[in-house]
Design a protein around this ligand. Structure first.
Ligand SMILES: Cc1cc2nc3c(=O)[nH]c(=O)nc-3n(C[C@H](O)[C@H](O)[C@H](O)COP(=O)(O)O)c2cc1C
Length: 197
């Protein structure tokens, strides 16, 4: 890869399109790292739902561990690893909540059981038994039969990681891998530099 686009989103899009063709599942899976205000990190996989200048978007429960950490510390990092491509993308930036209209739009298009599941799951909090969850699901299915209007739980929201840095890593047979890091200048322009592997 000799000349890289000036726009990191163009390169991300190119790699993501390749990953969609080659990964056996979830090419949009990414690790999300968040941190408490006193610097204790945590990480988990989530799914990318959209990306562009506005940021890299995911949807989750705002009352989960990650949601609480983002309330305390609105900085996060994302990492994609596409094994079939031997490529990695790392993203760092500030996190903002998506407008509620976007959360509504996303929730509206979820399959029935996922909507019910969002109501049933107090994500990240202790659950006394699997049966307890199943009972909650059953009750919710009675309350909201299939085809009825199911409101979005207020805590089921979208977040954007607004990137300040995007680093692209790709494998080389000699193990001297390539790393190109894009940084966003205060004027909004992206610059790129090569890093030692
Ligand atoms: C491939 C994969 C994709 C996932 N996607 C999401 C997602 O988009 N949103 C979400 O809330 N959890 C998702 N999860 C579950 C999270 O990894 C995690 O268990 C959950 O969000 C609770 O995380 P927390 O306790 O750190 O907040 C996914 C898990 C896997 C393995």
């Amino acid at each position: 890869m000799d000349s890289l686009p000036d726009d990191p989103f163009a390169l991300f899009n190119e790699w993501f399109e390749q990953a969609k063709k080659s990964e056996i599942n979830d090419p949009n899976a990414m690790a999300l790292a968040t941190c408490t205000k006193d610097g204790k990190p945590s990480v988990r996989m989530i799914l990318l739902k959209d990306f562009g200048e506005k940021g890299f978007k995911f949807h989750t429960n705002a009352e989960s561990q990650k949601g609480h950490e983002l309330d305390e510390n609105a900085h996060a990092a994302l990492c994609f690893h596409w094994k079939t491509l031997r490529k990695q993308v790392r993203i760092e930036g500030r996190v903002i909540m998506a407008p509620i209209e976007e959360a509504d739009e996303y929730y509206k298009d979820r399959p029935y059981m996922r909507k019910i599941g969002a109501h049933a799951s107090a994500q990240s909090r202790p659950l006394e038994s699997r049966e307890h969850l199943e009972q909650k699901l059953e009750e919710l299915q009675k309350q909201y039969p299939e085809g009825s209007d199911i409101p979005r739980p207020s805590y089921w929201v979208g977040y954007y990681v607004v990137p300040e840095k995007i680093e692209f890593w790709w494998d080389n047979p000699d193990r001297l891998h390539d790393r190109i890091a894009y940084s966003k200048a205060p004027n909004g322009e992206w610059t790129q530099k090569r890093l030692y592997p």
